[in-house]
Design a protein around this ligand. Sequence first.
Ligand SMILES: Cc1cc2nc3c(=O)[nH]c(=O)nc-3n(C[C@H](O)[C@H](O)[C@H](O)COP(=O)(O)OP(=O)(O)OC[C@H]3O[C@@H](n4cnc5c(N)ncnc54)[C@H](O)[C@@H]3O)c2cc1C
Ligand code: FES
Length: 288
Amino acid sequence: MSALHADYYADQLVQHESVLIENVCIAEATYRLRVAAPGIAATAVPGQFVMIRLAGVDAPLIGRALAIYDVVPDASGQPTFIDLVYLKKGVFTTACAESPLGTKVSLWGPLGNGFTPRPCDHLIMAVGGIGQTPMLLLGREASGSQSFGRPNGWAKNVELIYGARRQSLLAGVPDFRDAGFQVQLCTDDGSEGQLALVPDVLAVRLDEIDSDAVVRVVTCGPEIMMEKVAEVCRERGVDCQVSMETPMACGIGICFSCVAKVQQDDGEWDYKRTCVEGPIFDAEKIVW
Ligand SMILES: Cc1cc2nc3c(=O)[nH]c(=O)nc-3n(C[C@H](O)[C@H](O)[C@H](O)COP(=O)(O)OP(=O)(O)OC[C@H]3O[C@@H](n4cnc5c(N)ncnc54)[C@H](O)[C@@H]3O)c2cc1C
Ligand code: FES
């Protein structure tokens, strides 16, 4: 195995002690929180995440990774607040969902590499479960309505294919519609949109698009879904980036709890830390 090497060293990292100024239920078991974090809001790029923990609380002791869902300006237009969207699942998210406004949180970021902007005719964001969270900012950057200190407006058309087990779990759909993206929904029980799985909806959509068009896919969600999305893309020669959500302890490259198997240029695989060398990887490189 070759030596582990980080392309990204969390060099923009700042820590904020902040309080919850919003913590609202936006779908079944799904909440959107807002905190003031100007040092993170000013430098984050789409696909990056923060580590967050409830201040002064022993369980959980370590932070949790949450994708930066939105960056919100203050009254003077300065990027000041960040929004995070989380599914109530285990220790942290349950405690957070039950926390009143004013609860102190500690967060550090922005972390990770972010998506690589790649000019295209169609950007298709294929997501499942809670995997929509890194996509709102990416779609806005791609369509040119928001910029993050790097090229924007690099996609002519931005689409979201979003699947969940049932209608009540679909979270944030109005945000994506308001941003002007074409939205296709699907559910496992047909309670909203198509009764279909995300990779199957994606396959149909890719086959409809003119073969001369440059199409790029980004995906986030359950690993089995991302693997199938990657397969659909590989079969059609379509570029695909994945956002890996391996459990993380430190978020800054120290503990190696977050590794994924990633293929090297020599064809061998190596462990890469998702927190510093990811969470975004070319789908082709992931050894599922
Ligand atoms: C880069 C990145 C971005 C992420 N972005 C988001 C995001 O935007 N939104 C989001 O909701 N999540 C996101 N996650 C996942 C997030 O970091 C947490 O893992 C998730 O929120 C669960 O945290 P928790 O403390 O609530 O659950 P935990 O308590 O850590 O539990 C995690 C899972 O283990 C199970 N579990 C816990 N204890 C036990 C036990 N004793 N026995 C059996 N099972 C158990 C729980 O039921 C749960 O399914 C992201 C992860 C990464 C790496
Ligand atoms: S979470 Fe510690 S090295 Fe990645």
